[in-house]
Design a protein around this ligand. Structure first.
Ligand code: FAD
Length: 551
């Protein structure tokens, strides 16, 4: 955190999204001294606002982006191995109708190609469904004129927790992770080379100079703003596009698989994705030029997604009142050569590593799915740059993040049996101290580390109580978040650590006072700090609900 933030490191990373955290993990594991500064919480930006899929991206096949698909499906396999508790196989149903652009035969060829690119190591083989089977597999789906469907497998994840665990692992290997710490300007030598940054603590306003032999800009949609701290940006590196999701009660839109839906108006592809007790629908894809921190759903976005849901699930009509929550994120996409003539959905998802004239290394573009590989490439670049300054040991040359499990995956059962881990959690906590659903929830989110949370509950059974009646999140998660996961504000806990912001009908507003009281006791907040943290969270909720006021 801020006090531990070193003033002299090999590598300073600006940005604590999936890329910044992945780079910190890789670099720290190779032996570099690393500091990461994040202006808000880890995964505050795009990395908690994605579609939460670890996927090859079937639709990129249509755009002939074979190398992106190959890279993505290879990374999907690796992430299934190093984060099995967080990356879970998910069925995707791709229905084909009389009116579909592609017939069953073409879709089938696409599926074989998709699985071929993964060297047939998909989580499961795809299946071709006849119309009657589609009805059984996905009873809520509109099936008039359906010719069949393909049921194939990709993965779902918790994007924020993937980021968190990467950062936690980086810290375990010596990196300093400082959240709520914004890089406000660069330090430069006489030759104009970036040699560090001035960092500001969001709470105290204190400034600190961090000197670094190399600085990486991993600020996602803020990339061009960060480059602009060094010099004027004549042509932006990025063309960000906005993507919105809406969250509905699963009982209202009861999907069994992630269902591919073509929007009835513009035929864009969307997904309705099962998410435990909820279903989310997304995403939109529209150009965005404002401040990345202000991105939010509009009424138009919400109505667009509701229209898709109501068309594809006709017996399960939903209205604006059914929307529990929205989230909006910005894809940090590389600006195409064709400029604005290229449509939003066609802008490439490839990534780009740039070394500026000032020595600033910038990583931009790419996907959550490919973060590990992109991070390794960035660290390779950094190591090569550092070698120009001094001799470095050979051991620094190789990334091994493909074989080292994330912290929660150490000791995870090879057969991926989540319920077995849940039973161990329950037995660590003492059967009467924790609901079975809570134990499973802990196993799914914290992996093997959930057993440690269970032991805490055994010592202090009151921490096994659910935070919200009818749900399964427990108070022990709050202490864990503060002590082990860098949570520093109510928002950090409600959004990135627990997802209560998205999942609770009231977005967790009913418990914020108690969350703030407990956090305040642990973090030594005074009344003003407590009020500010509550207020900050209320504003986050208000932003996510602003669309409703446009009605
Ligand atoms: P971010 O997560 O945005 O991180 C950048 C961080 O930098 C932010 O936390 C920000 O606070 C911080 N920052 C900015 N300026 C400063 C500063 N001056 N000082 C300190 N910190 C600073 N990919 C997939 O693989 N699967 C998907 O299903 C998927 N779905 C998506 C859906 C949507 C709607 C969107 C928008 C993207 C999706 N993506 C998906 C892409 C993926 O989410 C992004 O590529 C990835 O999260 C980008 O991570 P990042 O670390 O580069 O950026």
């Amino acid at each position: 955190m801020w006090n531990a933030l070193g003033t002299d490191v090999d590598l300073l990373i600006i940005g604590g999204g999936i890329n910044g955290a992945g780079i910190a993990r890789d670099a720290a594991r190779r032996g570099l001294s690393v500091a990461l500064v994040e202006m808000k919480d880890l995964a505050y930006g795009t990395s908690s606002r994605s579609s939460k899929l670890v996927h090859g991206g079937l639709r990129y096949l249509e755009q002939l982006e074979f190398s992106l698909v190959f890279e993505s499906v290879s990374e999907r396999r690796i992430l299934l191995d190093i984060a099995p508790h967080l990356v879970n196989p998910l069925g995707f149903l791709f229905p084909v109708f009389d009116s579909s652009r592609r017939g069953m035969r073409e879709v089938s060829v696409g599926m074989w190609l998709y699985e071929g690119l993964s060297l047939f190591r998909s989580p499961k083989r795809h299946r071709k469904l006849k119309p009657a089977e589609v009805k059984v597999e996905e009873p809520a789906l509109r099936t008039d004129n359906v010719r069949g469907a393909s049921l194939f497998y990709d993965c779902s994840t918790d994007d924020a927790r993937l980021t968190l665990e990467s950062a936690i692992d980086a810290a375990k290997h010596g990196a300093t992770i400082s959240t709520w710490s914004k890089a406000v300007s660069f330090l430069k030598d006489e030759g104009g080379r970036v040699i560090g940054a001035v960092v500001k603590d969001a709470f105290s306003g204190d400034l600190k100079e961090v000197n670094a032999r190399c600085v990486v800009n991993a600020t996602g949609p803020w990339t061009d703003r960060t480059i602009a701290m060094s010099h004027e940006v004549s042509s932006p590196l990025l063309r960000p596009t906005k993507g919105v999701h809406i969250v509905l009660d699963r009982a209202k839109v009861p999907v069994m698989n992630a269902v591919t839906c073509f929007h009835p108006v513009d035929r864009r592809v969307l997904f309705a994705i099962p998410w435990g007790d909820r279903t989310y629908l997304g995403t939109t894809d529209t150009d965005y030029e404002g401040d990345p921190g202000d991105v939010r759903a509009t009424l138009e976005d919400v109505d667009y997604l509701l229209a898709a849901s109501n068309y594809h699930f006709p017996d399960h009509q939903v209205s604006r009142d059914d929307v529990i929550c929205t989230w909006a994120g910005l894809r940090p996409l590389i600006a195409p050569d064709g400029g604005d003539d290229v449509s939003e959905s066609k802008v490439s998802r490839e990534h780009h590593i740039q070394i500026g004239q000032d020595g600033l290394v910038t990583i931009a573009g790419g996907k959550l799915t490919t973060y590990r590989r992109m991070s390794a490439e960035v660290v390779d670049t950094v190591v090569n740059m550092l070698r120009l300054q001094a001799a470095l040991p050979e051991t620094l040359s190789e990334s091994r993040t493909d074989i080292h499990p994330l912290p929660g995956a150490v000791g995870w059962p090879p057969d991926d049996d989540h319920s077995r881990v849940a039973r161990e959690v329950l037995s660590a906590a003492g059967d009467n101290n924790l609901l079975a659903e809570s134990a499973l929830h802990l196993a799914n989110n914290y992996g093997m580390l959930a057993i440690q949370i269970g032991r805490t509950i055994h010592r202090r059974p009151e921490l096994g109580k659910v935070m919200i009646p009818g749900r399964f999140e427990v108070w022990a998660q709050l202490e864990w978040a503060i002590e082990e996961e860098f949570a520093a504000t109510v928002t950090d806990f409600m959004i990135q650590r627990t997802q209560l912001f998205y999942r609770d009908f009231d977005q967790g507003l009913g418990i914020v006072d108690e969350v703030a009281r407990r956090m305040g006791e642990m973090l030594g907040w005074d009344e003003a700090a407590r009020t500010e943290s509550i207020e900050r969270y209320r504003q986050d909720v208000a932003l996510s609900r602003e669309w409703a006021a446009q009605a």
